[in-house]
Design a protein around this ligand. Structure first.
Ligand SMILES: OC[C@H]1O[C@H](O[C@H]2O[C@H](CO)[C@@H](O)[C@H](O)[C@H]2O)[C@H](O)[C@@H](O)[C@@H]1O
Length: 473
């Protein structure tokens, strides 16, 4: 990152990531959605807005009321959305080939409607964001991209895996490539991919799907040149997770490698500032920082929030105050990384680098051993997250338990037919097909969005991927 770009980022972070302005504005509840303020654009340079705010504090004896703050925001900020331009992908097709393979006419119409949504979700970042980055919370990327939509106006890391899968199905190879190149740009700039396209997401990443995204694209295009040009950056991202998110587990005297989501911070999420401060209000300062770290760690997992991370004395609870993702080693993240190592090994083989290919194959095999010996539970016939505080598997159904199947990370120690039978019997025991709307996110109703009765698209995907590929056989 150039010195100027990093200077601009520090300046804008003083407004949107921490500091007095963020605190006063977010706690005043001028906006119902805390994300609104941090997505606004500064009308004037940071120093001028800061001076204006100091003046406001002076004249109000450090006690500006809601109306004062509303006027200050109106005077100094433009509404969210500035800095993005709607973008209709050039390669969008009204009727891609897959539509004609759908026999049911209702489903065919539905697929046509879905395919049309690409034209609504394309965004490019305006040139002004590159020129005047110290006025925007957006992270500049060079190519247009597809956003999740609604209040999510920017790109999100793990959402992009399914977006790219869909783009390839819709034969939008160029748009998929643009998104991949943006992520390559971000890894080169930061060494990792942030949670989403805003400076307030820079403290954390999201489930590491860059290598699987590249694999989807490679399988669709067989573009060896692209692999050759970007393999070093893919390795760089892999090393970020190895260096910053790995953990060792000792079981029966043997040391195993696994991976955790992990964020250390001393502040609330800027985009949910009010909510986080409220939840932490009765805690001491030290406990507050630990709690904020747990909140951001859970957000890095993509599962924000879920009973999956609510733990007290080794049991899952329904209480947010028991939020402890740091106590768990998630089977899903460890599976994604095993899959990434295996895919890097495949890529190096394609590029005729056998040494590197063997190196990554060995890493994948080591991680598979963890999945097979630490996460697998013979009594239940299922993989589970591992509780490192209690040294035990943390039982309970979450579709993420099935991730070793998607990742083919179950190792060689158990026959795959035996594993499949155990899993079918487990899913039958918990009556998994009896829930309306598909496979639920959990069997615990905590009123959090990543819990019963909700079902999330990525989780349906992982479960159905396996069911359609293997269960039928
Ligand atoms: O604004 C609150 C949180 O919003 C995001 O999380 C949710 O939406 C994302 C975009 O679709 C999705 O990737 C994530 O799995 C959802 O839980 C954001 O990622 C969080 O960091 C943020 O705090």
């Amino acid at each position: 990152m150039s010195t100027l770009a990093s200077h601009n980022q520090n300046m804008i972070s003083n407004i949107f990531c921490s500091g007095e302005i963020l605190h006063y504005v977010q706690m005043s509840r001028i906006f119902n959605d805390s994300k609104h303020f941090v997505d606004m654009k500064l009308k004037y340079p940071v120093w001028r807005v800061e001076d204006e705010f100091k003046l406001l504090l002076n004249v109000t004896n450090n006690n500006p009321d809601k109306e004062d703050l509303k006027k200050f925001v109106e005077k100094n900020f433009d509404p969210p959305g500035s800095g993005f331009e709607p973008w209709i992908p050039d390669d969008w097709k009204k009727r891609p080939k897959f539509i004609d393979n759908i026999q049911d006419v209702h489903l065919q119409n539905w697929a046509l409607q879905l395919n049309a949504i690409w034209t609504k979700l394309g965004r490019s970042i305006s040139e002004d964001v590159e020129r005047n980055s110290s006025l925007y919370s957006q992270i500049y990327v060079p190519h247009p991209f597809i956003i999740p939509g609604g209040r999510f106006r920017e790109f999100y890391y793990w959402d992009s895996y399914w977006i790219i899968d869909g783009l390839l199905l819709s034969e939008m190879f160029d748009t998929a490539l643009k998104m991949l190149l943006n992520y390559i740009y971000l890894v080169e700039l930061y060494g990792y991919i942030p949670n989403g396209g805003r400076v307030y997401f820079l403290e954390r990443s999201q489930p590491p799907f860059l290598i699987p995204m590249f694999n989807l694209y490679y399988e669709a295009t067989k573009n060896d040149m692209l692999l050759m040009e970007n393999i070093a950056t893919l390795e760089k991202e892999f090393q970020f997770w190895m260096k910053n998110r790995s953990v060792t587990i000792v079981k029966d005297g043997i040391t195993y490698i696994a991976f955790q989501y992990r964020v250390e911070t001393d502040s609330p999420r800027p985009e949910s500032y009010y909510e986080d401060v409220l939840k932490a209000q009765n805690l001491s300062n030290d406990s507050k920082n630990l709690f904020y770290s747990e909140i951001k760690t859970a957000a890095e997992s993509g599962w924000d929030f879920s009973s999956r991370w609510f733990l007290s004395d080794g049991e899952r609870t329904l209480n947010f105050s028991d939020l402890h993702p740091s106590h768990l080693v998630p089977v899903c993240l460890t599976s994604i990384i095993a899959n990434n190592a295996k895919t890097l090994s495949k890529f190096f083989e394609i590029l005729n680098d056998q040494n590197k290919s063997d190196e990554y194959n060995n890493i994948a095999n080591d991680i598979n051993k963890t999945i097979s010996r630490v996460f697998w539970n013979d009594d239940e016939g299922m993989w589970f997250d591992y509780n490192i505080k209690q040294n035990k598997v943390q039982k309970g159904f979450y579709p993420s338990n099935l991730m070793p199947l998607w990742a083919k990370a179950y190792g060689t120690e158990r026959d795959v037919t035996y594993i499949a039978e155990c899993i079918i019997s487990y899913l039958n025991r918990i009556n998994i097909t009896s829930y309306p709307g598909g496979i639920p996110t959990s069997l615990m109703n905590s009123s959090q969005q990543w819990d019963l009765p909700n079902g999330w698209a990525p989780l349906q995907y992982f479960a159905c991927y396996w069911i359609t590929k293997y269960w039928r056989n």
